[in-house]
Write a protein that binds this ligand. Structure first.
Ligand SMILES: NC(=O)c1ccc[n+]([C@@H]2O[C@H](COP(=O)([O-])OP(=O)(O)OC[C@H]3O[C@@H](n4cnc5c(N)ncnc54)[C@H](O)[C@@H]3O)[C@@H](O)[C@H]2O)c1
Length: 404
């Protein structure tokens, strides 16, 4: 149904996005690196090749501090703007300093994301110290794992030690019976993480299937029941001492305009999406199951950034997740959030055709994302080398126009 409709409306044909597969190189082609303070270190990480077509362009803008110096952006990118291969990558490095030149990098990157096309992504990585702390971020952004992430600004904090050995990590993923949560469990399993998959008892069969598939554990629990946090803590304690990763993915919608919304619809959405993650986290902390080394990952939504008609409850809950994650980061926890845009799941399949088609196309990639796109982003936040990332909200939305 979708394709003929898109043709008739004269919408752009979506590029074929390349996703990462086991065995693929992280950086699949030559990288052109600008001069700058980090050039030597970057060239060691991503050796230069003699080429006239590039997979990626990396511009080191950390030295830019005056508006005049922004000309260096133009001088580097203009001659090579047509030299990227499909699914190319543009990365601009900046600093966390607040000034005109550093903010200008943000507008530049977002425009490149909208302009280059053919599956090219563009991101700004703000460094607060060494390049080493940004290694896992650069790898993620250069790889096909970030196919549906574009137009994002990511701040990398100072180096911080990772607590656990990569091999023995344990994750709790809520809402893991299907959709994005099931895919997060699968990607974690691929990365050698042991996954405790949680979902409501009614989804028990699907949950068991996912848990078996990832050789993890299934835990049936309705997160909104009054004793859910304490029951969860008791169950976890009988199995493990500590969690390395917690992903608060379970979420629901109950869409209605505010005037037509009944209190149960408001309460249900706030209860699952925002109140449960906070209560569960507080209990796990109090019980010593998580600490300030645990990766806490919230699943927000672009509705929580841009707002959406008929979703006052959902948007409030998802904006709340963003505020909560930032407050945890400010208290010294390692907490980040993903904000998915239009992702092809049971949740979006329920939308009426026209709304669905519009949602799919209103982004720089002219298509919806896949659950694996969100899962890869979550796995990057959870990766051993990502301990320096905290307080970030990264949209997985193909650079959707809403809230951009
Ligand atoms: N699909 C999208 O386009 C999209 C966009 C933005 C954000 N998100 C967010 O991503 C997350 C996953 O979305 P999805 O599309 O995979 O949804 P989904 O409906 O396919 O899966 C959500 C899972 O959460 C579980 N769940 C719901 N209430 C629960 C409770 N009280 N206790 C335990 N588990 C519960 C459900 O049983 C289900 O398995 C949600 O937080 C959603 O808001 C999705």
């Amino acid at each position: 149904m979708g394709r003929p409709l898109v043709k008739r409306l004269g919408l752009p044909d979506p590029p074929q996005l390349k996703r990462w597969r086991e065995g693929d190189p992280i950086v699949p082609g030559p990288v052109l690196i600008s001069d700058g303070p980090h050039a030597a270190a970057l060239r060691q990480l991503y050796p230069a090749a003699d080429a006239d077509r590039f997979h990626a362009l990396i511009f080191d803008g950390t030295q830019l501090s005056t508006p005049e110096s922004l000309r260096e952006l133009y001088d580097f990118f203009h001659p090579v703007a047509r030299s990227l291969t499909p699914n190319g990558r543009v990365i601009v490095l900046g600093t966390t300093e607040v000034n005109a030149a550093q903010q200008a990098l943000d507008g530049f990157v977002r425009s490149v994301g909208k302009e280059f096309g053919r599956g090219t992504t563009a991101q700004l990585v703000r460094l607060s110290s060494s390049l080493e702390a940004a290694r896992s971020t650069l790898d993620f952004l250069l790889s096909a794992k970030s196919a549906y992430v574009s137009g994002q600004t990511i701040a990398v904090g100072p180096p911080r030690e990772s607590y656990s050995e990569p091999a023995g990590r344990v994750a709790l993923v809520t809402g893991a019976a299907r959709g994005i949560g099931a895919e997060i469990a699968r990607v974690f399993a691929r990365e050698g993480v042991h996954v405790i998959c949680l979902d409501v008892p009614a989804a028990g069969q699907d949950l068991a299937r996912v848990a078996n598939q990832v050789r993890g554990e299934a835990l049936q629990l309705d997160l909104t029941s009054a004793d859910a946090p304490s029951r969860l803590a008791t169950q976890l304690k009988s199995r493990r001492d500590r969690l390395d990763i917690v992903v608060h993915n379970a979420g629901i919608t109950r869409d209605k305009t505010l005037a037509k919304m009944d209190p149960a619809q408001w309460d249900a959405v706030l209860g699952v999406n925002l109140i449960a993650p906070i209560r569960v986290t507080e209990t796990l902390l109090a019980q010593g199951l998580i600490d300030n080394g645990t990766r806490i990952i919230g699943v927000a939504s672009i509705a929580g950034i841009a707002g959406n008609r008929g979703q006052t409850n959902y948007a409030a809950s998802k904006a709340g997740v963003i505020g909560w994650v930032r407050s945890l980061a400010a208290q010294g926890f390692v907490a980040n959030a993903v904000a998915p845009g239009f992702i092809e799941t049971a949740m979006t399949a329920k939308m009426p055709l026209f709304v669905r088609e519009a949602g799919r196309r209103m982004n720089s990639m002219s298509q919806g994302g896949l659950p694996v796109d969100v899962a890869e982003t979550v796995a990057w936040f959870a990766a051993p080398g990502s301990a320096s990332l905290s307080g970030n909200v990264v949209r997985v939305c193909g650079q959707m126009l809403l809230g951009a």
